[in-house]
Design a protein around this ligand. Sequence first.
Ligand SMILES: CC(C)(COP(=O)(O)OP(=O)(O)OC[C@H]1O[C@@H](n2cnc3c(N)ncnc32)[C@H](O)[C@@H]1OP(=O)(O)O)[C@@H](O)C(=O)NCCC(=O)NCCS
Length: 248
Amino acid sequence: MSLEIPYVKSDSGPRSEETVILCNLPTHPYNRHSRVTKMSDTQRMYAAVAGAFRSERLVYRAFQDNEEDRSFAYNQLASDALTRGLADPSVHRPTSRQMQDGYIDSMLKTTVMYNLICLPEKDPRTGKEKLTPIGIMNVKDLPQYQRRAIFGVSIMPAYQSQGYGSEAVGWIMDWVFKWGGYHSLTLGASMYNERAVRAYKKAGFKLEGVSRETIYRDRKWWDSIQMSILEHEWEALRGIKTVKDAAA
Ligand SMILES: CC(C)(COP(=O)(O)OP(=O)(O)OC[C@H]1O[C@@H](n2cnc3c(N)ncnc32)[C@H](O)[C@@H]1OP(=O)(O)O)[C@@H](O)C(=O)NCCC(=O)NCCS
């Protein structure tokens, strides 16, 4: 049975129950035989679960430890000098396939989530959805008592500056607070990565600190920054009531 999983625009601000019912539930096989009049908490949760790995235009699937995904990460991301130089603050040098594979091995072991960011496309003949990878993202745990996660994201050059990075950042934030159970989300970026910093600020991240002159590029030392968003800031951004508010 093929499942038509709707995108649940659950975090884009306040919405009426009717909108959610009309947009999502009737198309889902779970509800095909039930008449939904008012959404219960369980139904709302089911709808959110069903659409959890999608955002408006993108689908997020787990990185598969196979040649296809490894060569995508190497050829489309790591081999592009500018993308690599912006994403990775270490010494700027060509990346070999072995270096990249070693990095992927460690990501597969140490991340909570390591996903390819994909564009979905429906095959008009079969009706099946085909996913074309356009980027990669990861989420890692910081010390557990902090309930804090750190993330990284890269979009392949041909798809940069079309809003996909910002959309993925929004999805990562939603995942961390809705599904991961974290209290804060942080990231590191080089100060010269203006597009990334702009995307993070726009998404709601705040500056936490500056590490001065930590990245060496083209005979100049550049600052790097840490940014973060806290759970209650994300709730305010999405217009979500906290458990405390809801009880009041
Ligand atoms: C950083 C990255 C994830 C951003 O994703 P993206 O899809 O390219 O960016 P978006 O289209 O969402 O644009 C983000 C913002 O930057 C702005 N922007 C676009 N191109 C820009 C450029 N060349 N310079 C400065 N800002 C730029 C956009 O206008 C947008 O702001 P706005 O919505 O207020 O107009 C992506 O460019 C990327 O993967 N870069 C290489 C790797 C990298 O830097 N990773 C992040 C490491 S911290």
